[in-house]
Design a protein around this ligand. Structure first.
Ligand SMILES: Nc1nc2c(ncn2[C@@H]2O[C@H](COP(=O)(O)OP(=O)(O)OP(=O)(O)O)[C@@H](O)[C@H]2O)c(=O)[nH]1
Length: 374
């Protein structure tokens, strides 16, 4: 039997559901927001389709001096080892960099000492194309001044650029005890929310994350920031939900391989450990792939595309997480930029491997329609 052919055991009702999604995908570029997305106060869906578009998801890093802006940009988008951030020099002017991957991200950094309210700066130039402002607060330092600056920024953005999401990173939490970390986070969030409420900005699109460059938290937080800017997110979540129920998958993530940012996951509750373990599997597969890998067919399919119907040339891996083998990780490359990583808790998913491969093949085809790669 061909590797991806459906077996007789396939759960046909779930399969039909996944197929129906495929048929409805002409709506994928303008997904109908679900009620919770429609009611969301966050601004979603303003970044056009991936690489085809000249537009890029643009993030602006802001915060006081030495809060960690360049470190975050270096570690997440430029693969800088966290220990080397100790030697970063102070940023003196507005800087901008891009990361070329599945989506071409643009990251700008506004140095802490720059007063962007001053008439010397063109605010339209600074904030005109920004999707999200990431405000970084050093949780190991005194933060009252930072909170005042943050409040001024939020109120300014709410008035002048109401479409920009504000993402507050309570940063450097690695140096704090668990209790102190949670207290600090709660204190910062409460102060900001109270002030905003007093000023009449209860619905300002502000969210809070605890981050550190020394663990996965910074990647997880940036993933959430970027997901809010993806117009395809509701479609991707529905597809992943459907895949999970078809194949009894516990948790599924769609990762950007280069940055290890996940651009979507199914909507079941998640814990940080699931993200960490899936993200680590990508590292392992990338390392092994560098030794034993082969040149991938081009994504645009123009030349030398050798893919078969379900892209049989894709890299894939299935490993067990425990000695007893009750938990499995499954990774499959979707194209040169994206990988699907799933956690399965089952006695023996190898028995259902054909079903999983088939459904993942259908998911992959749906993805190619959502992002219009051939
Ligand atoms: N413990 C800890 N230190 C961090 C973290 N992130 C950054 N740092 C350290 O914080 C210091 C300042 O980091 P930078 O990235 O240079 O800060 P910045 O905001 O860009 O600073 P300016 O360019 O001066 O505005 C460096 O020594 C980093 O190693 C973190 O998550 N945890």
């Amino acid at each position: 039997m061909p590797r991806n052919a459906p077996s007789k055991d396939i759960d046909t009702s779930n399969n039909e559901r996944l197929m129906r999604y495929l048929q409805d995908l002409h709506q994928a570029d303008h997904p109908d927001p679900s009620p919770e997305h429609a009611a969301s106060r966050f601004h979603t869906g303003r970044v056009p389709n991936g690489r085809q578009s000249g537009n890029k998801p643009r993030l602006m890093l802001m915060g006081q001096r030495r809060s960690g802006k360049s470190s975050i940009s270096g570690v997440v988008f430029h693969k800088l080892p966290p220990s080397e951030t100790l030697y970063l020099e102070t940023t003196t002017q507005i800087s901008q960099s891009s990361m070329h991957s599945f989506m071409d991200f643009q990251i700008a950094e506004l140095p802490g000492h720059i007063d962007f309210f001053s008439p010397d700066f063109d605010q339209a130039d600074i904030f005109g194309n920004i999707g999200a402002v990431i405000w970084i607060i050093d949780a190991q330092d005194q933060y009252l001044d930072a909170l005042t600056q943050l409040l001024n920024t939020i109120t300014y953005l709410a008035q002048e650029w109401p479409n920009i999401n504000v993402e507050v990173f309570v940063h450097k939490v690695d140096g704090l005890s668990e209790d102190f970390k949670n207290d600090t986070f709660r204190d910062i969030r409460q102060r900001i929310q109270d002030e905003l409420s007093d000023l009449g900005y209860d619905n300002a699109p502000v969210s809070f994350h605890q981050t550190s460059i020394y663990d996965h938290s910074i990647f997880e937080a940036i993933s959430k920031v970027i997901q809010k800017l993806l117009p395809q997110l509701p479609t991707l979540e529905s597809l992943l939900n459907s895949l999970c129920s078809s194949c009894r998958i516990q948790k599924a993530y769609l990762f950007d391989i280069l940055s290890k940012i996940y651009i979507a996951s199914d909507t079941s509750p998640q814990d940080t450990t699931s993200y960490e373990v899936c993200s680590d599997l990508i590292d392992v597969v990338v390392d092994v792939g560098e030794i034993y890998g082969w040149a991938r067919p081009p994504v645009d399919g123009k030349t030398g595309d050798q893919r078969t119907e379900f892209n049989n040339h894709a890299c894939e891996s299935m490993v067990t997480m425990e000695k007893k083998g009750h938990k499995y990780l499954y990774l499959r490359e979707m194209n040169s930029y994206l990988a699907l990583v799933c956690i399965m808790s089952d006695d023996n998913p190898m028995e259902r491997k054909v079903l999983i491969d088939y459904n993942v093949g259908v998911f992959q085809e749906a993805l190619s329609k959502v992002f219009q790669w051939k």
